[in-house]
Design a protein around this ligand. Sequence first.
Ligand SMILES: C[S@@+](CC[C@H](N)C(=O)[O-])C[C@H]1O[C@@H](n2cnc3c(N)ncnc32)[C@H](O)[C@@H]1O
Length: 179
Amino acid sequence: MYVNDTLYLNCRATSFVLHYVVLYKFCWMLVYAFCRYMRFPDVKPMPSPKGNFSMTAGDFLEVYTNNDEWHCVATCFFIDCAPNVVQFIETIYDILKPGGLWINLGPLLYHYSDMRNEKSIEPSFKVLCDVIKKVGFEMEKCSTGIKTKYCQNPLSMLQYEYDSVFFVCRKPVDIIMDS
Ligand SMILES: C[S@@+](CC[C@H](N)C(=O)[O-])C[C@H]1O[C@@H](n2cnc3c(N)ncnc32)[C@H](O)[C@@H]1O
């Protein structure tokens, strides 16, 4: 399994977590919700001693450039981070082996939409599905309105919820090229 993030600090934090460090948050407020400790990940990320796990820092578009390399790409709260989501979709398609799967969960809250002087392509989910098929994927599963939480303290009285989309796409085994 390979993990990628563009921000060095995120990589450091992930590396910290993946090495099974128990994190304690000492707190200056005597409130139970802030003083308890948590241990994560709650599932072991490496399924077997033979499994590979690595993390690469850098832009997804620049790090993954070998075509037909991966059996599966899983993206979670990720595709809307791109200024051009179509480039992400094309890259995911290219790096998957024929027959490979792309599994995605997350909202479409395009991160570049409010940024001044930044271009941002923000297709609706319906248009995005058309793009995904046009790139060459076969959509095997697709659901909208999936209630998801992100970075939540479950004991907090403030809770955010995202209406996420979930889909599973396959790169066809037999690729028919458009003439
Ligand atoms: C909303 S977070 C989701 C993180 C993680 N997938 C999760 O579910 O907790 C999006 C992450 O994508 C990273 N990111 C944004 N653009 C990226 C790019 N072009 N290449 C690699 N990582 C990127 C951000 O730094 C951020 O850590």
